[in-house]
Ligand binder design. Structure first.
Ligand SMILES: Nc1nc2c(c(=O)[nH]1)N[C@H]1C(S)=C(S)[C@@H](COP(=O)(O)OP(=O)(O)OC[C@H]3O[C@@H](n4cnc5c(=O)[nH]c(N)nc54)[C@H](O)[C@@H]3O)O[C@H]1N2
Ligand SMILES: Nc1nc2c(c(=O)[nH]1)N[C@H]1C(S)=C(S)[C@@H](COP(=O)(O)OP(=O)(O)OC[C@H]3O[C@@H](n4cnc5c(=O)[nH]c(N)nc54)[C@H](O)[C@@H]3O)O[C@H]1N2
Ligand code: SF4
Ligand SMILES: [Mo]
Length: 874
């Protein structure tokens, strides 16, 4: 954002250039020229003289894309990198091109900051209490120890804690087979990706989290995007958050004449690429805007008609008006009369909404006209707006808006999520990987603690919890539970101390326990606050696998690039050693080799046949199976193992008009009696008693403000909190800005934050609106101090003309770096500025936190890429 490599060509031009770069179109500012240059050109010929071999390599993170990544390996080193060149690129059959992060995987695997040996914190001794010297976590020195010593120390300490405190003496965020067998553990639940959609939206008739597959997918197939006259991107930035192919599909629709509207505090990269009309909105206030749009639709329909699809509403939904109330209702109120102000005397007009959401009344009226039943409209949302305090009823209101225009179940119409690798590409999976059959292990503890409250329980040596969920998205009536002390924190495939809110307290919780164990590739935040770190391999050092993350048309497959570096071991190998260390049989968790598992995944790959049935994908001969070091039976498929390897997986060939199109809700809309939704009424429940009853049963703070249908609720923290007395329009308070956390291109959450190339390419500044910066005397690049009621952090300012005034963007996932003297975080960690406040259903309100911004008077921060790495292997 403040790159010197880009000349200023008028504010918007420059911003567009930078944002387009952000989308992976350019790689300005990267230092390792040769490698990146090579990586950027996918037509690079293999040079036999050089003797290199192209290998399909993993790009393994939770980034929202799924692309092909190829590396040329020579003498054990990666000398070149490229992406998909297996076929010509076309919109029907696009290449699965990777982004700059994919090319930086070599700095993940071969990074100078890899942890290559078991490490022990010098001040820690097993036995608990004083011996653990917990206050030194994050400050102490490290010593290299042998694997034997590391496993002995860790397994003996786990056994001691397990004997003394039982399974609830342990905490782990990730689903952990090893720990199931070792001891059991308390889990934390959070609303992470989908925010309020995590709370059982199936009760209102949506698929889980509004992200279905197959018939249940609410979004239409990608070829249908161009049939929409308007696509409303609500809180949606696929160019950043679903890098790879999806944005191409959206651009293809734009080229065919579809108009885009972006409702977002930031005129984001996708909006710019799609020439979208921008509706700037304050975060966490979308419901106010939605009420006002609905009000305008009702008004315009009354005045001139033709706006609202009343037949659709009455046939497919309940709770919109007094004619369509569900049988199980407990109050006689409906959405329409609420909007008209029948119950509270306040009609939800654009003038009512403007002070809250900041959207100009003219734009509200225009949106109401666009959403009319006479237009073909797709409302495609991502979940940023649902990751806000007070957004509990947003799914019901959004579906009501869609239903008012009849925008479901027809070509060119949709009201749906557009998320991750399938953003804007709904429908059944056309290709899928198999699964390896593994022993089933069970965690003896079923208690799920709301993640941010976890830290209080750990710090206080136990406590009361309202157990309402035992895993993601599976909520139940509360089970009041008393937990004893948690003495061990075990980290593996999560970055929870970095990605969960309430980080400052999280650090204190880590300092309070007897033992923290982390399986890590780098000195991540989890690792930094640990006692023993066990070096784990990256996917490049393992036998291979599938990047199986929801892309319905492409299944990436990768194999080993290098033997394990240093002394790193796989998660399975480490799990086996720990289980054996406590005197149990590793076979309880891991019945077979990783090679055998890979074979089973390959053998179980399925591809959609012409008859609509899934068929075997890969032919495997006896020799193939032998080459995989596995045992099994040969099989017939449509491609060979060699092809699977060389092509980096399999891409399903698509054509416009093929049999694999999909229209969300089509079956339900065609015949609602024969194909009812999963809600009690079988319809879309705008008034949903079941979802409300479940939420109310939690007894979380603020629940009395909610009703079974959407109403405007003042969030526990949000825009209102930026005012001194909590009233909009009054005097501004100590934290006058509203902070949100865009998912950022340097990283996939926390992953890649340590990569030098990416640190140079993406500066990780704080996003400030120009008018705010000017009134605070802040210039682009100045160091600014961010403060919130919970913490303080430093960042360099990126002064932007594409950000709504009053909003502050703090990119998600930077590795916290607390200056122990001042308590200020030097890295711009989002969660260092956020506490554990919640209400309603316990949504983590990442995007409507409050903060203050001021010019920093101390030494300038400098650039992240000039800072030394946290850890060096040497
Ligand atoms: N404030 C704020 N907080 C947020 C968000 C936000 O917008 N704002 N977003 C939320 C969202 S949507 C999400 S999904 C979460 C993500 O939260 P996390 O899942 O905790 O984040 P990741 O950074 O993906 O963590 C993956 C970790 O696993 C490690 N790892 C990778 N491969 C392996 C392996 O093979 N073995 C082992 N042992 N470790 C491995 C990586 O190094 C990394 O540390 O964050 C949430 N937190
Ligand atoms: N580069 C990169 N890509 C990623 C990830 C990553 O960390 N880095 N993480 C992946 C994961 S697990 C997830 S869950 C997805 C998340 O994907 P998204 O939800 O798309 O990511 P965000 O950047 O949080 O939000 C998207 C847009 O919503 C806007 N927004 C935020 N709050 C509000 C609001 O209250 N109202 C409105 N109207 N707009 C709002 C933001 O300005 C942003 O432009 O991304 C995935 N892709
Ligand atoms: S979008 Fe994700 S999978 Fe694709 S290259 Fe980038 S980091 Fe890798
Ligand atoms: Mo996520």
């Amino acid at each position: 954002m403040n790159s010197n490599n880009i000349s200023r060509r008028g504010f918007l031009g420059a911003s567009v250039a930078v944002m387009a770069g952000a989308a992976g179109l350019t790689a300005a500012g990267c230092s390792a020229e040769s490698s990146l240059e090579a990586a950027g050109k996918h037509e690079l010929p293999v040079d036999p003289a050089k003797g290199g071999e192209w290998i399909s390599a993993a790009c393994w993170h939770n980034c929202g894309g799924r692309c092909m990544n190829k590396v040329m390996v020579k003498d054990g080193a990666v000398v070149r990198q490229k992406t998909d060149d297996t076929h010509e690129d076309s919109i029907e059959y696009p290449q699965q091109r990777g982004c700059v992060r994919g090319k930086t995987q070599q700095q993940q695997c071969f990074g100078a900051d890899r942890i290559l040996h078991p490490l022990k914190r010098k001040g820690w001794q097993p036995g608990g209490g004083e011996k653990s010297n917990g206050q030194m976590r994050g400050k102490d020195e490290w010593e290299v120890i042998s694997w034997d010593e590391a496993i002995k120390l860790a397994s003996e300490e786990i056994k001691r804690i397990s004997d003394e405190y039982g399974p609830t003496g342990f905490y782990c965020k990730a689903n952990n087979t090893t720990l199931n067998v070792l001891s059991g553990y308390v889990r934390g639940w959070d609303t992470t990706s989908h925010g309020t959609y995590t709370l059982d939206v199936t009760k209102m008739g949506l698929p889980t989290t509004d992200c279905g597959t197959g018939d249940a997918d609410t979004a239409n197939d990608r070829f249908d995007l161009e049939n929409a006259e308007y696509i409303i991107m609500w809180s949606s930035n696929p160019a950043w958050s679903a890098a790879g192919t999806p944005i191409n599909y959206w651009m293809a629709a734009r080229d065919k004449g579809t108009k885009f509207v972006s409702i977002d505090p930031l005129y984001n990269a996708s909006a710019q690429m799609l020439d979208a009309e921008w509706v700037p909105v304050r975060t966490g206030t979308d419901m106010a805007l939605m009420f006002a749009i609905a009000y305008e639709m009702l008004r315009l329909d009354e005045e001139k008609g033709g706006i609202i699809d009343w037949d659709f509403i009455h046939k497919y939904t309940v709770g919109f008006d007094s004619e369509s109330m569900p049988e199980d209702k407990t109050i006689d109120e409906n959405l329409k009369d609420y909007i008209l102000g029948e119950y509270d005397g306040t009609p939800k007009t654009p003038e009512w909404a403007e002070p809250i959401c900041g959207v100009k009344p003219e734009q509200v009226t225009e949106l109401a006209q666009i959403m009319a039943k006479s237009n073909k409209v797709m409302i495609l949302h991502n979940y940023g707006m649902a990751r806000c305090n007070g957004a509990e009823m947003l799914p019901q209101l959004l579906i009501a808006l869609g239903a008012m225009g009849g925008h479901m179940g027809k070509s060119g119409h949709a009201t749906a999520s557009a998320y991750h690798a399938n953003a804007g590409n709904g429908g059944a999976r056309l290709i899928s990987a198999g699964a390896a059959k593994m022993p089933k292990t069970t965690n003896p503890v079923t208690t799920g603690v709301r993640q941010p409250q976890m830290y209080e329980i750990i710090k206080n040596g136990g406590g009361h919890t309202q157990d309402v969920s035992n895993a993601y998205g599976s909520f139940h009536k509360p089970n009041p539970t008393e937990l004893g002390p948690i003495k061990c924190i075990y980290h593996m495939t999560d970055a929870v101390l970095q990605t969960s809110l309430n980080q400052k307290e999280g650090i204190e919780a880590h300092r309070a326990v007897d033992f923290v164990l982390t399986l890590a590739q780098f000195m991540t935040t989890n690792a930094r606050y640990s006692d023993i770190i066990l070096p784990v391999t990256t996917e490049w050092e393992r036998c291979g696998g599938f990047g199986d993350y929801n892309n319905r048309e492409y299944l990436p497959f990768y194999t080993r690039v290098t033997q394990p570096l240093g002394e790193a071991k796989t998660d399975q190998e480490i799990g086996e050693l720990l289980i054996a260390g406590v005197g149990k049989d590793p076979k309880l968790a891991y019945g077979k080799t990783e090679d055998q598992q890979l074979y089973e995944k390959i053998a179980g790959c399925k591809v959609m046949g012409d008859d609509g049935k899934m068929k075997t994908l890969v032919t495997l001969t006896a020799d193939d199976i032998k080459s995989l070091n596995a045992e099994g039976t040969p099989q017939e498929g449509i491609i060979t193992l060699k092809e699977l390897k060389e092509n980096g997986g399999y891409q399903f060939p698509r054509k416009r008009g093929d049999k694999h199109g999909h229209i969300g809700y089509q079956k339900f809309v065609d015949d609602p009696e024969a194909n009812p939704l999963k809600s009690k009424s079988g319809k879309l429940e705008i008034y949903c008693q079941a979802r409300y009853d479940l939420m109310a049963s939690f007894g979380f703070p603020g629940i009395e403000q909610y009703k079974p249908y959407p109403t405007y609720v003042v969030p526990c923290t949000g825009y209102e909190s930026t005012f001194k007395d909590g009233k909009i329009g009054g005097e501004k308070g100590e934290y006058p800005f509203l902070m949100f956390n865009p998912h950022y291109l340097r990283r996939s959450h926390t992953v890649f934050d340590n990569c030098p190339w990416l640190r140079e390419a993406w500066a990780n500044p704080v996003f400030l609106a120009r008018s705010d910066a000017e009134s605070l005397g802040i210039k682009d690049g100045d160091t600014v101090l961010l403060s919130s009621p919970y913490g303080k952090g430093l960042r360099n300012a990126a002064v932007m003309d594409v950000l709504m005034p009053g909003m502050v963007g703090v990119p998600h996932g930077a590795w916290v770096d607390v200056d122990e003297e001042t308590g200020i975080d030097m890295a711009g960690s989002d969660n260092y500025l956020i506490g554990s406040e919640y209400s309603g259903m316990g949504v983590s309100g990442y995007n409507n936190q409050i903060c203050n911004v001021e010019k920093y008077t101390g030494a300038p921060l400098g650039r992240d890429c000039d800072k030394p790495a946290r850890w060096s292997a040497n």
